[in-house]
Each structure stands twice: as structure tokens, then as C-alpha cells.
Write a protein that binds this ligand. Structure first.
Ligand code: MF3
Ligand code: CO
Ligand code: CO
Length: 277
């Protein structure tokens, strides 16, 4: 299957889905504090999506080939969990860091975004990992423009992570998104500039680097979904859904509570804008 180029009508509906996904993260932010369980966070998000937004949580019962159906409506990945953490009895405690990953379906289109949250006061090491991973995502996004190579995104992310002594998870990547949750292309978070496919206006995909404080190796837990670092080091992830525009990119998963792009991605702006040439 080839990469789907979105029409102006598709793009308008992707903007709606993206904004709604980001607004779920805004909604849940005040609830992420010591003493709350990840199942409670899932329940609150599920009810907000279904009852307030009229969206469908894409993860619920999602079953790609080789996977059992995902049992919850969001992913909550705590500390050394890399991604796809299943909400459950785990109670968040002061100093934890948690990635909350939300994907909604609205009017047949998907919006996919995640952020890191501090539970109480993070350690200096945890704050640094989360900040550098946020910078990695934005430095990758800042490469997006028509004619740029997919490999430019991964190269920018990998260089920044490794400069800080961190490692890039290779088994999972960003992805095309639209009427399907995961479609072409794969968006690797490592690699070489000038390699892989060239970007074309109308493509929509996610950039969602997973960065480990220690070694890059991972393993899957027996629940069939949760991915953790093999060395139990901390892991962080941020995710936006982006559109390739005629001149650069547009972030589709924007909301009032979305953290600003970091200073290091100086050309980057949230919302619709032109990327620096
Ligand atoms: N939201 C994840 C991503 O960014 C995918 C989660 S699949 C699930 O691609 F089934 F675990 F929800
Ligand atoms: Co994604
Ligand atoms: Co996601």
C-alpha cells in the first residue's frame, strides 16, 4: 500500500481529530498526581472521549496482526515502561514520570498524541530525559517540508538524543495516520539524512520518539503489549500528528494546554506555520 495523500477535506477532518486528541491530554492533566491509579486515568479519559467529545478511543480492542486486542482506551507508560503500558491497578507516586498516549477517532479520522507528565516532583535526571525527548520530537518535526527526506527526521532525533548520552528505541516508530490508525510511511527515529522517501504535501504522520536514559534494548511483558527497557532505565516519549504543507508543516494535535516548542527548535511554532527554509 502506498502513502495516502490527504485532500483538503481529509485535512480539515484530521485537524478536528487531532485537536480533540490533544484536548483529552489537557483534560487529564490536573488528575495526574500522586495517589491516582492508571486505571482511573483511563476511565476519566474514556468517559471524556465518549461522553463529552463524541470520539471513539482508537486503542480499545485494537488488534494489529500478532497482537491480542488492546483492553483499554489509552496507554499509560510509567518510568521504565517505554510505550503501550496498559492502565491498571498501578498507583502513581511522587517522582514517577508517565507518558499518556491518546488516539481518538472522529468522523472516521484519527488524531494521535502523547505527552510526559510529572507526578509530583521529578528527579533532575527524569526532568532532563523528558526535556531532551521533547526537544528530540521538535527537532524531528522541524525537518518536515516537501522534498525533505524521511531519514532527516530520524537523523535529527538520534543526534540530539545521543549527544546527551541517551539512546533511541528502534523497534517502534512514527507512522502515517488518517482513516487508518497506522498506515504508511514508517517514520524512524534514527537514521541518516538524505535517505528514505521524500515528503510530499498532504502526507500526515506522527513523530513520536522513545528515548531511553540507558541502553536502547527493550522487552515485551507477558501482557502482550507493555514494552519496558531491558536495563530498567527510565524511558520518555512525546508524540504529535503532523501534516506536510506546501511550505513546511502544520501540527494537527494542537490544544490550549499543549507545551510550547522548546527554544532549541527555534524555527518551530505550534499550529499552522511555515517551517524555516
Ligand atoms: N498510540 C500508539 C501510537 O502512537 C499506539 C498504541 S496501540 C495500542 O502509535 F493498542 F496500544 F493502543
Ligand atoms: Co502514534
Ligand atoms: Co500514540
Amino acid at each position: 500500500m502506498a502513502i495516502v495523500i490527504k485532500s483538503p477535506e481529509d485535512i480539515e477532518r484530521m485537524r478536528v481529530a487531532g485537536r480533540l486528541a490533544a484536548e483529552v491530554l489537557d483534560f487529564i492533566t490536573p488528575h495526574v498526581k500522586p495517589g491516582v491509579s492508571t486505571a482511573e486515568i483511563d476511565r476519566l479519559c474514556h468517559d471524556y472521549m465518549v461522553t463529552v467529545q463524541g470520539t471513539t478511543p482508537a486503542p480499545l480492542n485494537y488488534a494489529p496482526p500478532g497482537y491480542r486486542p488492546y483492553p483499554k482506551s489509552i496507554c499509560t507508560s510509567v518510568n521504565h515502561q517505554v510505550c503501550h503500558g496498559i492502565p491498571g491497578d498501578k498507583v502513581l507516586k511522587n517522582g514517577d514520570v508517565v507518558n499518556i498516549d491518546v488516539t481518538v477517532i472522529k468522523d472516521g479520522y484519527h488524531g494521535d498524541t502523547s505527552r510526559m507528565f510529572y507526578v509530583g516532583e521529578p528527579s533532575i535526571a527524569a526532568r532532563r530525559l523528558c526535556d531532551v525527548t521533547h526537544e528530540c520530537m521538535w527537532l524531528g518535526i522541524a525537518e518536515v517540508r516537501p522534498g525533505a527526506f524521511l531519514g532527516n527526521i530520524g537523523a535529527a532525533i538520534q543526534a540530539h538524543a545521543e549527544k546527551h548520552g541517551f539512546s533511541v528505541v528502534r523497534e517502534f516508530c512514527g507512522h502515517g495516520i488518517g482513516r487508518k490508525f497506522h498506515e504508511e510511511p514508517q517514520v524512524l527515529h534514527y537514521g541518516r539524512a538524505g535517505t528514505l522517501d521524500q515528503l510530499v504535501a498532504g502526507m500526515t504522520f506522527t513523530v513520536e520518539p522513545m528515548i531511553n536514559a540507558g541502553r536502547r534494548e527493550i522487552k515485551e511483558l507477558s501482557d502482550g503489549w507493555t514494552i519496558v527497557t531491558k536495563d530498567h532505565s527510565l524511558s520518555a516519549q512525546w508524540e504529535h500528528t503532523v501534516l506536510v504543507t506546501a511550505d513546511g508543516y502544520e501540527i494537527l494535535t494542537t490544544s490550549p494546554g499543549m507545551p510550547e516548542p522548546p527554544a532549541i527548535a527555534s524555527g518551530a511554532r505550534s499550529g499552522a506555520f511555515l517551517a524555516p527554509a
